[in-house]
Design a protein around this ligand. Structure first.
Ligand code: IVH
Length: 666
């Protein structure tokens, strides 16, 4: 076989394997075999540049040559769809179509994929051009970047496609890829992408296609355009398109009644949450191309299609101003104050802006129309700005404040961190109240009867200014205050007295030293016999302790350089808090489980789950949530979940019964 044939054969094979893997999800060969073939092809192509081909599978790896995009006019303008938000509007659309056509028709229901749209041109079965939507008339030529998307065919299958056609669809970044990318960005302290749509369109516009290749974009095609299309049905054309090697959605359905359309919408409104990619609605299209032609277009959108948008989990509203909240550790969080807007059943007036980098990344201006989203968190967040609606009337660019809004201190930003802090730990009101609230919280000193409102009241009346002041309160001093009866006053004072029995590790946690959480506090309590030993610890000593790295060590040192913190500790000592380790407690500590990661599963007889967690920690082990290759063993009670059991068996992770475990640590 001559070189040219060999190259051709490898190309054909690689295109097929690529399709099997990325479109059909059914690979026939191993990744290693695929890579070997790809390398073989790369070598042959390098040695024989005369056989270079723009649609070779080797084009998918991209190149790191920076490229500016040229603008290309669309042969057919890229229109948008009219949006609807209710069943009534969908019914109106259906009725309009029925009246205009005055004959039977089918409606094709599709997912509305929430990515960035693309138009691909194929000639003689090869991808020649990929253009973004741009302004609808012309867009950017992003062909090199699109070639890196494995589900986009570079060369078509079979021979029954038109010699020239355009196909449009959506480029998407799957949720999993998006989350991973943001994790990486977070680690590098780069601004995060607000959502997979921004991530997909941002990626597509990168000038270095080898980075695009690494970002693992996907594409679904949903609109075939051209002169000699195979069928009259849009749905039927999409089935053909799939035969040519394109990835189409397999969730599309043809409906024959309005009720079927509603059922489809209702089903996917819920189920879409389980899809691997983001969707923001359903697209309804009259199926017959002949009927589509009959219905025609308005200036902006087709009359034969509409989008039904899912209930606004994202809403567009105006940014009125940005205020700043100061937390217990002094972290300053910017908050967007918005014109009230309905979002997933509630009215939203405020949303988190996280930190200065996010504001900068959004290029936020007062008066901007902003997108608000409710993610998993309760507090909604701003995820984007509609820059198109920004006018010369828009207000100033939002600039992060330089001084604390509560106490006026100059803000600082620790190296390598996104957040700004108010350094005035001891005099800044929200920090004072926040620290006291943390001090009394359940996992810290667990003081019954005291909540944030009472703390606020006592602070405002000048009765408390720090945690030590709590121990100077008496029933006399607090009874009769705003709605406080004698009984509640007694309860509070009793709760405060009771807290003197709280062990050393929880007192350390209660102090609220930045970055010292529950686990670190436990490690500290094991390593130092009392607070004075901790106060005198050197940086080296601190970082020699398990779980304590440079960041935590520095924060502990900083805490003790503050004179007011030291005074607080002295006062807590004289109030007889346990700022020392009780050796009886220490005898409960061993190294028997040092370095072990242990999963707890099932129902237990001798101890509760929390007690087992504590036992694991007291013996130097770590309780982890899910089974992985790093799990040392599973502590299994009755009725351990079958998926966990299977996973443990599959990964060869040992399973210990309650009795075995107790023996191990006894
Ligand atoms: S058809 C003339 N089908 O929604 C109509 N669009 O607002 C051409 N989109 O720009 C579009 N999923 O980016 C169509 N199944 C789907 C879609 C879809 C998402 C996007 C597309 C378009 C926008 C229209």
């Amino acid at each position: 076989m001559d070189i040219k044939d060999k190259i051709e054969e490898l190309r054909t094979e690689l295109h097929r394997h690529n399709y099997n893997y990325y479109v059909l999800n059914a690979p026939e060969i191993s990744d290693k075999e695929f890579d070997d073939k790809m390398h073989a092809l790369q070598e042959l192509e390098e040695a024989h540049p005369e056989y270079m081909d723009a649609t070779s599978p080797t084009m998918r790896v991209g190149s790191d040559i920076n490229k500016n995009f040229t603008q290309v006019f669309h042969k057919y303008p890229m229109l948008s769809l009219a949006n609807t938000y209710s069943e009534a509007e969908v019914a109106d659309f259906y009725e309009r179509v029925r009246k205009t056509l005055n004959e039977d028709f089918e409606i094709c229901c599709e997912m509305k994929y929430d990515g960035t749209s693309i138009s691909l041109t194929y000639e003689d079965g090869r991808l020649v051009c990929a253009v973004t939507r741009g302004d609808g008339e012309k867009g950017d030529d992003v062909t090199d970047n699109v070639k890196t998307i494995r589900s986009v065919p570079l060369v078509l299958h079979g021979g029954h496609y038109p010699s020239s056609f355009e196909i449009r669809g959506e480029i998407l970044m799957p949720w999993a890829v998006f989350e991973e990318l943001n994790r990486e960005k977070e680690a590098r302290e780069e601004p995060l992408f607000a959502n997979p749509r921004n991530a997909a369109s941002g990626t597509l516009k990168l000038q270095n296609s080898s980075i695009v290749a690494a970002r693992k974009l996907d594409a679904y095609l949903y609109y075939l355009l051209g002169d000699n299309l195979p069928c009259d049905g849009h749905y039927e054309n999409l089935q053909k398109v799939a035969e040519w090697g394109f990835k189409i959605s397999d969730l599309t359905r043809k409906c024959h009644t309005l009720q079927e359309v509603f059922d489809f919408i209702k089903y996917w409104d819920v189920e879409r949450k389980n899809l691997p990619v983001a969707t923001d609605g359903i697209v309804l299209k009259v199926n017959s191309l002949r009927q589509q032609k009959n219905l025609g277009f308005t200036a902006k959108s087709p009359r034969w299609a509409i989008a039904y948008k899912f209930q606004a989990e994202r809403a567009l509203t105006r940014l009125v101003k940005v205020t700043y909240q100061v937390g217990r550790t002094g972290t300053v969080t910017p908050v967007a104050n918005l014109e009230p807007v309905q979002l997933s059943g509630t009215i939203v007036r405020r949303a988190s802006l996280h930190n200065a980098d996010i504001i900068e990344g959004l290029d936020l201006h007062i008066g901007d129309m902003v997108y608000v989203e409710k993610g998993g968190e309760i507090i909604p967040k701003i995820t984007g700005v509609d820059t198109d609606s920004r006018s010369f009337m828009s207000g100033e660019k939002v600039k992060f404040i330089t001084c604390c809004p509560e106490c006026g201190s100059k803000l600082t930003r620790y190296e390598g961190e996104a957040a700004h802090y108010c350094p005035n730990e001891t005099m800044c009101p929200p920090q004072i109240k926040g620290k006291i609230e943390h001090f009394i919280s359940r996992k810290a000193m667990n003081i019954d009867g005291l909540g944030p409102e009472t703390v606020d009241l006592l602070y405002r009346l000048g009765l408390i200014g720090n945690a030590a002041d709590l121990y100077d309160l008496t029933v006399e001093k607090i009874k009769g205050l705003d709605r406080m009866g004698e009984k509640s006053a007694e309860n509070i004072i009793a709760g405060i007295a009771q807290s003197k029995k709280v062990p050393f590790e929880r007192v350390i946690f209660a102090l609220g030293i930045r970055f010292v959480g529950e686990t670190v506090a436990k490690k500290i309590a094991r390593a130092f016999k009392d607070i004075d030993e901790l106060r005198q610890a050197t940086f080296e000593k601190l970082i020699s302790i398990d779980e304590i790295g440079e960041k935590i060590a520095k924060s502990i040192l900083l805490y003790f350089t503050n004179e007011e913190n030291c005074q607080l500790i002295e006062r807590l000592k004289s109030s007889r808090l346990q700022l020392y380790r009780i050796e009886k407690h220490l005898s409960e500590y061993t190294d028997k489980l040092a370095g072990k990661s242990i999963v707890i599963s099932g129902v237990f007889i001798h101890h509760s789950r929390d007690e087992y967690k504590e036992l694991i920690e007291k013996n130097g082990g770590k309780n982890v949530g899910s089974i992985s290759g790093k799990t040392s063993f599973v502590l299994a009670g009755e009725n351990m979940g079958s998926t966990k059991l299977e996973k443990a068996n599959k990964m060869g992770v040992a399973i210990l019964s309650e009795d075995d475990f107790l023996k191990l640590i006894s």
